[in-house]
Design a binder for this molecule. Sequence first.
Ligand code: COA
Length: 126
Amino acid sequence: MELISTKICKTGDIGVNNNLFGGIMLAWLDEAGGILASNACCNHNVITLKMDEVLFKLPVKVKEQIRIYGEVVKLGGTSVSLYLEARRADLANKSETVVCSTKMVFVRINSEGRPVAIKSCLQENQ
Ligand SMILES: CC(C)(COP(=O)(O)OP(=O)(O)OC[C@H]1O[C@@H](n2cnc3c(N)ncnc32)[C@H](O)[C@@H]1OP(=O)(O)O)[C@@H](O)C(=O)NCCC(=O)NCCS
């Protein structure tokens, strides 16, 4: 899996139980997924179609660094399926622990917001 982005949990990101608010994590995953999907489609015009089950396995606290990793699971006709993991970085031990994971599907769209073939975009850029 490749590292897509690194985030830090700030005081403003905390929910009512002193953990990172889940919606913030969803936004981080959505952004990272969009970057990975854009790169896979060699095009900025991708949109989130689907987020599968999201498992918030461990809490995230203020000051913790969260690294979002991902990989392309499937490149379809117009869609790209991804697997994403958010990992907490232990800076002292140089280790990482998975705190959250999900699968996502993005679709390459044209200027009208309709699906457009990924293959043609790959050929255009060769
Ligand atoms: C993304 C969008 C343009 C797709 O339009 P659509 O009419 O559903 O498109 P299609 O039925 O042609 O499917 C497009 C691709 O998505 C895939 N797809 C459709 N429904 C799917 C589902 N439930 N699960 C997985 N893939 C799915 C199709 O298989 C196809 O991929 P492929 O060409 O690689 O086989 C449209 O659903 C949309 O605009 N959604 C809103 C997106 C949005 O606003 N996202 C921001 C978050 S709110």
